[in-house]
Design a protein. Structure first.
Length: 183
């Protein structure tokens, strides 16, 4: 097994991790201020009247909220679980969303806009999209299995999916907000 040469040995400039606190401009690759602020975790400069790109637009139609059981084991993009543990958690998330959709009697919807909200068990800092993306994908598969939406991979049926971190909830939980959108 051969090892990769370091960036310095390859004649490349050091990466951002090599220069703590260095902005991308210092490294020779200019980045717009708003994108640079987002990379640092901020929202960047805002002009009056401009909306945040990450917020879902207000959409008309019926809205349904499905709260998955608290304490359900979630997935993260950073997890390094054994494949069987990952599959078990994915199946539990899918089954929980399926059961909650049937219990709430959510009707068949032709097209929806989804907000996947993760309500963490504590106030630790979390990546805003890490858990909602990884866990939300399987929960949305549960909505397809329940017949709420025909398919989750086609823009014809899903107008958009937004991920967010919500308020602290004991044991943590995943909440799905579905809004019906005109087809």
């Amino acid at each position: 097994m051969t090892s990769r040469p370091s960036r310095r040995a390859a004649g490349l400039a050091p990466g951002p991790a090599a220069l703590p606190g260095a902005s991308p401009e210092v490294l020779g690759n200019p980045v717009p201020p708003q994108l640079h602020a987002e990379m640092r975790g901020g929202t960047g400069p805002k002009t009056p009247g401009s909306g945040d790109e990450r917020e879902p637009p207000p959409l008309p139609g019926r809205t349904f909220t499905l709260e998955l059981p608290a304490g359900l084991k979630t997935l993260s993009l950073n997890d390094r679980h054994h494949w069987s543990e990952k599959n078990r958690r994915a199946a539990e998330l899918k089954k929980a969303a399926w059961a909650m959709a049937l219990k709430a009697k959510v009707p068949h919807l032709e097209r929806v806009s989804l907000v996947v909200e993760y309500q963490p068990p504590d106030k630790r800092h979390r990546d805003g999209e890490n858990v909602p993306i990884a866990s939300g994908k399987h929960a949305i598969d549960g909505l397809v299995a329940a017949g709420v939406i025909p398919d989750d991979e086609c823009p014809r049926y899903v107008a958009g999916i937004w991920c967010t971190i919500g308020e602290v909830f004991p044991k943590g939980r995943l909440v799905l907000h579905l809004t019906e959108v005109a087809a």
